[in-house]
Design a protein around this ligand. Structure first.
Ligand code: NAD
Ligand code: DAU
Length: 351
């Protein structure tokens, strides 16, 4: 008999890669993607799986408890992989409430549905919550985030994710709900919405527009190719221990300015521009409020206990990413019209 696995936020960046991996690798699972299809949800991301027999889409807002309950009534859900979230730090600084509703209330609604419909029969059940390294706050020039690092979120986005992580763990401690949390570093790859640094820079370089680098570009992020995150999620969902937390990272730290310069060099080659042409587009702009200086993940636990490690080098991953954006100009064009133009001018015109 087929197991029904709900994946929330499956039309988004990471979610679409997770949906694809599960639909293709597990024909015995029925994958139900629940997504509100916000500005970040894009069904174009799932064109190659939308007609698969073991895939369904339900347009649901996780803030609406009644919609979630009726989904659990219609399907015999045995697992939830929860990715749906408002995910962009800059938007959370502008309008935090949406983050509180979706990231906190939405998560609680899902947890309540699991309790209500699983009725204490937790055999073969799992609620798997996808979180971020940003909950740990900012590192100085050394050290790494481990699974036991104290939470110290700095932005409304990371605080809302931290809140949801705490509630997920509270449902395990209080009600024995089988839960797992994973905290991952910065993802990059195909299908990422061009509000995030890498696709935004690729799109601007392509269109000869200024590349906005916040502050002095000294902030450091640890980058992981999205397909490696999806494979870590697969590993954790199948082999992870309920009640545990796993950190996922690329062991691949880059200063923003060095990363942007590298992208410029790759783009010069791909677009047959003279070396140094795209770098001229780099523009230092007003820093992000409360900008975390450095993130770096210690992923020893998942490597040792579950045998996962990143498989794609940054060089390969970035090249694949650039190729994807250059080869999918319609995707990019569709997504950068309308709402995106309004967002972009509001976000960058005063910097
Ligand atoms: P994204 O913004 O690309 O996609 C989010 C998806 O959630 C979209 O499809 C959107 O329509 C959906 N969604 C938003 N609000 C919803 C609601 N109320 N009800 C139902 N669906 C809703 O996000 P992403 O970058 O793919 O991130 C996915 C998850 O991974 C998030 O939980 C994020 O916190 C986490 N994460 C992201 C990164 C990263 O680098 N992008 C790193 C670590 C963890
Ligand atoms: O660490 C995981 C997190 O990574 C995820 O939880 C978030 O969902 C995801 O958005 C990402 O958060 P960041 O804030 O690190 O990603 P972003 O791409 O927005 O920014 C990366 C770095 O680049 C950060 O230091 C800010 C800087 N930046 C960003 C933008 C959009 C710029 O300098 N210029 C820009 O225009």
């Amino acid at each position: 008999m087929k197991k029904t696995i709900v994946i929330t936020g499956g039309a988004g960046f990471i979610g679409s890669h997770v949906v694809r991996q599960f639909v293709k690798n597990y024909p015995d699972y029925h994958i139900v993607n629940i997504d509100k299809l916000t500005y970040a949800g894009n069904l174009e991301n799932l064109k190659d799986v939308e007609n698969q027999k073991n895939y369904s889409l339900e347009k649901i807002d996780i803030v609406n408890a009644a919609q979630i309950d009726s989904l659990f009534q219609n399907y015999k859900v045995s697992g939830v992989i929860h990715l749906a979230a408002e995910s962009h730090v800059d938007r959370s600084i502008e309008s935090p409430m949406e983050f509180i509703y979706t990231n906190i209330i939405g998560t609680v609604n899902l947890l309540n549905a699991c309790r209500k419909f699983w009725k204490d029969d937790y055999n073969e059940k799992l609620f798997y919550h996808i979180s971020t390294d940003e909950v740990f706050g900012s590192l100085g020039s050394d050290g790494y985030f481990t699974e036991t690092t104290a939470y110290d979120p700095q932005s409304p986005y990371s605080a809302s994710k931290a809140g949801s992580d705490h509630i997920v763990r509270a449902y395990h401690n209080t009600y024995n709900l089988p839960v797992i949390v994973s905290n991952c570093s910065n993802n990059y790859g195909p299908n990422q919405f061009p509000e995030k640094l890498i696709p935004l820079a690729i799109n601007n370089i392509k269109n000869n527009k200024p590349i906005p680098v916040y502050g002095k570009g000294e902030n450091i992020r640890d980058w992981l190719f999205v397909i490696d995150h999806a494979s870590a999620i697969d590993k954790i969902f199948h082999k992870g221990v309920p009640g545990e937390t796993y950190n996922i990272g690329g062991n691949n730290e880059w200063k923003n300015i060095d990363l942007v310069r590298l992208l410029c060099r790759i783009m010069d080659k791909k677009l047959n521009r003279n070396p140094g042409t795209s770098e001229k587009l780099i523009t230092f702009v007003k820093d992000r409020a409360g900008h975390d200086m450095r993130y770096a993940i210690d992923s020893a636990k998942i490597q040792k206990e579950l045998g996962w490690k990143p498989s794609v080098t940054f060089e390969d991953g970035l090249e694949k990413t650039v190729d994807w954006y250059l080869g999918n100009s319609n995707w990019l064009k569709n997504i950068t019209s309308g709402e995106y133009e309004l967002y972009y001018s509001k976000q960058y015109s005063n910097r």
